[in-house]
Design a protein around this ligand. Structure first.
Ligand SMILES: Cc1cc2nc3c(=O)[nH]c(=O)nc-3n(C[C@H](O)[C@H](O)[C@H](O)COP(=O)(O)OP(=O)(O)OC[C@H]3O[C@@H](n4cnc5c(N)ncnc54)[C@H](O)[C@@H]3O)c2cc1C
Length: 305
């Protein structure tokens, strides 16, 4: 932000954009934002980039309807807000038969990415298995206190169990399905500025569920390799948080929202910098990819200007 401001960018904090305005030819003229008191301001320019993540970006586009764009901006393909994807995850924890001290803090230790591809993908989803680097001391201690362990024995068991706790979670590939989508709430659920909140429709299909059954088996095999005891599976789906697909990238304007430069097919001066442009989820985080796409977009904008 500091670098941007040194290069003459103007940062307006707490400005919530609620409308993007297009002329009848499809060029974007302005964005409208509200300050925390609800006062509205219109900002004009020549090029516009929406970068409000995978929920708010499509919501904003769908809210920006007009006589010319009845179904919102960038939406001639009817794909804005659709194909919502995450990496649904399951997990397992167990005690290994020797001290491993996995809870080493922020550094990622390792993941098993062997299951990112293979013939099995015609049957069930790809995935990444991820060894948690979280420090388990708090949860280990809470469990021991619940069991009534105290004093020197508590110290000994905290050290022993924290050193042997292994937690593995998973990132499953989610397919792009049009019915998984976000829409602006039509007539209720407005936020404190009176802006519609998103309604989210999201379900996990059998392709993923079949893969999680296989993941459960793999967890069991890994636990056995480590002489695991107290094996606890968690097969309820957890989110992994990269929000993808809601403004899908593609070469055909009939079935996608942005092109390879993150430029909307429908509006030549409107660009999207977001994980929302990911057309497939794969089985690993997409943030470095969207950072790369954003740098590419920045170069593009420099040339356009
Ligand atoms: C708990 C969690 C853990 C994660 N862990 C990882 C990880 O380990 N590895 C990884 O690769 N990725 C991870 N991710 C995903 C990663 O954070 C996202 O992919 C990334 O932040 C997306 O970047 P973005 O710029 O598109 O959106 P964001 O970083 O969300 O930025 C969007 C910005 O737009 C602003 N905004 C929204 N609506 C409006 C509006 N109407 N007007 C004005 N401004 C608006 C928001 O305030 C925000 O500042 C994680 C995400 C979460 C939530």
């Amino acid at each position: 932000m500091e670098k941007a401001e040194q290069a003459d960018a103007k940062l307006i904090p707490q400005a919530v954009v609620y409308r993007v305005e297009a002329d009848n030819k499809g060029l974007i003229n302005a964005v409208h934002y509200k300050d925390p008191n609800g006062n509205s301001t219109r900002v004009t320019d020549k090029l516009f980039v929406l970068a409000a993540n995978g929920i708010e970006t499509p919501k904003l586009m769908l809210m920006s309807t007009s006589d010319k764009f009845l179904h919102g901006l960038g939406n001639s393909s009817d794909q804005v807000g659709r194909n919502l994807m995450d990496h649904p995850g399951t997990g397992v924890s167990f005690l290994a038969n020797e001290p491993l001290w996995l809870g080493r803090g922020p550094m990622e230790m390792t993941s098993i990415v062997n299951f990112r591809d293979g013939a099995f993908r015609s049957d069930y989803a790809a995935k990444k298995l991820h060894f948690s680097n979280g420090v388990p001391t708090m949860s280990v201690t809470a469990d021991l206190l619940k069991k009534g362990v105290t004093g020197a024995e508590l110290d000994r068991q905290i050290r022993d169990r924290a050193s042997r706790t292994m937690i593995i979670n998973s990132f499953h590939e989610h397919l792009a399905e049009p019915q998984n989508r976000i829409v602006p709430s039509a007539d209720h659920n407005k936020d404190s500025l009176g802006i519609p909140q998103p309604e989210i429709y999201y379900s996990i299909n059998d392709y993923v569920k079949k893969s999680t059954a296989n993941t459960h088996e793999l967890y069991g095999q890994i636990a056995a390799l480590f002489g695991g005891t107290e094996i606890a599976f968690d097969d309820t789906f957890a989110q992994n948080n990269p929000i993808m697909g809601t403004t899908i990238m593609g070469s055909d304007p009939a079935n996608s929202v942005v092109d390879a430069d993150c430029r909307t097919h429908d509006h030549s001066n409107l660009f999207l910098a977001s994980s929302a442009v990911m057309p497939t989820a794969a089985s690993v985080n997409c943030t470095l990819t969207i950072a790369a796409l954003s740098l590419k977009l920045a170069d593009k904008l420099k040339r356009e200007i």
